[in-house]
Design a protein around this ligand. Structure first.
Ligand code: ADP
Ligand code: ADP
Ligand code: MG
Length: 646
């Protein structure tokens, strides 16, 4: 086993790897960008080395700086986590050339699976079923259109170098093919530097089922499947294992195909073979097709760990240090069911835009039974979600004897998760755990899109929670004091917050009245719990740096009114502000240019997606305040139009 390893990543996955390294007695070196100086992974590691500026290209993607840090600190091996350099074969070559061990597959295996078209051809040869389609060299538009016709509509155009759903276009009719092809190749060229595409039969009601594989370069085993069908725009939201409705015959067929895929490239380390399944046809041993292989540890690996009892990072370290595979196929078995939900700082009503903020309050559910609830996180209370990286707050993982038990555990673990200081997708995740079809295991990748309105419906404003928050805002809540309500402050006050005001009256020990919009609510504290208008409330009032939150049955946060903060915020007319933190990809206008309402002004990239910003009205551009390549915060001014005359 290694004595010391370097983790070339950040956030939850860096922390996750450090946890296992510590368990095995392996010392750890973290690397960090200027934005992560105070991050959790830096605090957790035995040593930490700064490697550059906040933009990934200046730090976490700088292989040279990372290898230098490993050599300087005497680390013997580098764990890449996921994302960043984890699937970069040139980095693997450089690590090896420096005399270090890359904790992952060989550069050759990564190259073979790196391009979707080559990987499909290779899998076909190995006898693994692949999605019907065209993955040839000829990229001539007319030829591709002809292939699409032969496959039969609907078809999916995919960037061969693609990932994260980019460069992918669904085409329903032949007449839409040329335009879709053009935009897919354009996006692929900008995002991956490679315009080549492949064409696949579009599966109407797809399920995404993937198989965890593990090799030591000689042998490979599989650790069963995960179902990742709960997706939003091709991004996984909740994953589970095993797949609902899976039969032993189909599992054996998929496991065997995945192992064959790994063996075909002499795979070493953790990998995932992704398959697509047609939910319309049910789960059948001949009804799954290879999509791609991810040659790294996957975000959702904990659900596999939960049902197998295996620490996949421990396996990675063992195999990379030269030990053989720690288990044979027949030693592996599934126990119970597991779910993982990805908790993000994102603004769901605004279209799931990534958000930033300082986590003024952060509390996770009890993890006293790690076999039931497990939290993987890279942040602590007080930490910031910065605009530079993906806005993940945590992965909430639950395990139970049955799917129903594990799902209920997920619902309550999410309900017991408290975040203040940033908007999150928590309510959306909770709504998903309560979705009846999901509850029955009727999953496909279209579920979220079909039921989106119901899943993101804002909860009715809850006056009782608001009344409790008013008490907190006035700093009158105190479960320690007699009756839970402190009595030493003025007995009758107006409390104002950003968005409203209320009259607060302290009536006596343990009793207060909050009048909101003319309606009076009686608050009491008795028997260790809050009561509003005579009914008990499962509520926790938390005062923090950003204001006051009330948790329990959803979260409500009131931000105190700060008269100073208001004055400077006046932006004046004509400004186009960045709606989210992101990277300015393009600016289409110059000062002096006349634009009409709807004219494209700029493209902003955030969370792997591109967002086009358009002019809100006719006018002349006065100032361009950002440049392509700038990383901007939410609310940053980008373009200013001249004042409208009259
Ligand atoms: P998975 O199938 O494991 O969910 P994703 O495509 O969602 O794979 O990517 C996993 C994670 O890897 C993302 O959440 C993101 O944090 C990170 N990631 C993906 N691509 C990149 C990239 N080019 N640079 C940095 N991080 C990336
Ligand atoms: P990425 O590299 O972005 O992960 P994948 O090829 O793995 O791209 O596909 C991502 C998602 O796109 C899948 O999980 C599935 O939801 C959808 N998808 C991929 N191929 C097809 C297909 N042939 N038909 C229907 N949906 C598909
Ligand atoms: Mg994929």
């Amino acid at each position: 086993m290694f004595q010391k390893i370097l983790i070339a990543n950040r956030g939850e996955i860096a922390c996750r790897v450090i946890d296992t390294a510590r368990k095995l007695g392996v010392r750890t070196v973290a690397v960090y960008s200027d934005a992560d100086r105070a991050a959790r992974h830096v605090a957790m590691a035995d040593e930490a080395v700064p490697i550059g500026g906040p933009a990934p290209k200046d730090s976490y993607l700088r292989g040279d700086a990372i290898i230098r840090a490993a050599l300087d600190t005497g680390a013997q091996a580098i764990h890449p986590g996921y994302g960043f350099l984890s699937e970069n074969p040139d980095f693997v070559d450089a690590v090896t050339a420096a005399g270090l061990v890359f904790i992952g597959p060989s550069a050759d295996a990564i190259r073979k699976m790196g391009l979707k078209d080559a990987a499909k051809a290779l899998m076909e040869q190995a006898g693994v079923p692949v999605v019907p389609g065209y993955h040839g060299e000829n990229q001539d538009a007319a030829h591709l259109a002809q292939q699409a016709q032969a496959i039969g509509y609907p078809v999916l155009i995919k960037a061969v170098a693609g990932g994260g759903g980019k460069g992918m276009r669904l085409v329903e009719r032949a007449q839409d093919f040329p335009a879709a092809l053009q935009s897919a190749t354009g996006e692929a060229a900008t995002a991956f530097g490679n315009p080549a595409v492949l064409i696949e039969k579009y599966v109407r009601q797809p399920r995404h089922i993937e198989v965890q594989v593990f090799g030591d370069g000689h042998r490979a085993v599989h650790l069963f499947e995960r179902d990742c069908s709960l997706q939003r725009r091709h991004q996984k939201v909740i994953e589970e294992a095993p797949a609902p409705g899976m039969t032993p015959r189909m599992r054996a067929a998929m496991g065997e195909a995945a192992t064959r895929a790994a063996q075909a490239i002499g795979y070493a380390g953790a990998g995932t073979v992704e398959f697509i399944v047609d939910a319309g046809q049910g789960l059948r041993p001949d009804g799954f097709w290879f999509m791609e292989m991810n040659t790294r540890l996957q975000v959702e690996h904990p659900v596999t760990e939960a049902i197998t009892g295996i620490d996949l990072v421990e396996w990675q370290l063992r195999v990379a240090s030269g030990e053989p595979l720690p288990a044979r196929q027949e030693d592996l078995a599934i126990t119970g069911h597991a779910f993982e939900a990805r908790l993000y700082a994102e603004d769901v009503p605004a279209g799931f835009l990534p958000a930033t903020g300082r986590l003024a309050h952060l509390r996770f559910p009890d993890q006293a039974r790690p076999d039931q609830v497990r939290i993987e996180t890279g942040v602590r209370a007080g930490d910031a979600i910065s605009p530079w990286y993906d806005p993940m707050i945590a992965k909430v993982v639950t395990h139970g004897a049955t799917r129903a038990i594990a799902l209920r555990a997920l619902e309550s673990a999410l309900a017991d998760t408290e975040v203040a200081g940033s908007v999150t997708n928590l309510d959306f995740l909770i709504a998903l755990t309560r979705h009846p079809g999901f509850g029955r295991g009727e999953v496909d990748t279209g579920l979220i899109a079909r039921d989106l309105p119901a899943l993101i419906a804002a909860a009715e404003p809850d006056p009782a929670a608001l009344a409790l928050a008013v008490l907190g805002l006035a700093r009158l809540d105190d479960p320690q004091s007699r009756g839970g309500i402190t009595l030493w402050q003025p007995l009758r006050r107006t409390i104002a917050w950003d968005g409203g005001a209320a009259l607060l009256e302290v009536l006596g020990p343990g009793a207060a009245r909050v009048t909101l919009d003319g309606a009076a609510h009686e608050i009491g504290y008795q028997g260790g719990r809050w009561w509003v208008d005579g009914s008990p409330r499962r509520a926790r009032i938390v005062n923090h740096a950003a204001g006051t939150s009330v948790f329990g049955d959803g979260a409500l946060t009131l931000v105190p009114l700060d008269p100073l903060a208001r004055g400077g915020a006046e932006t004046g007319g004509g400004l186009t502000l960045s709606p989210m933190p992101g990277l300015v990809k393009a600016i289409f206008v110059a000062p002096g240019q006349q634009v009409a309402a709807g004219t494209r002004l700029a493209i902003l990239e955030a969370m792997k997606m591109e967002h086009t910003l358009t002019a809100a009205r006719d006018g002349r551009v006065a100032e361009v305040l950002a440049q392509p390549g700038d990383q901007v915060e939410a609310g940053a001014p980008l373009i200013r139009l001249e004042e409208e005359d009259g």
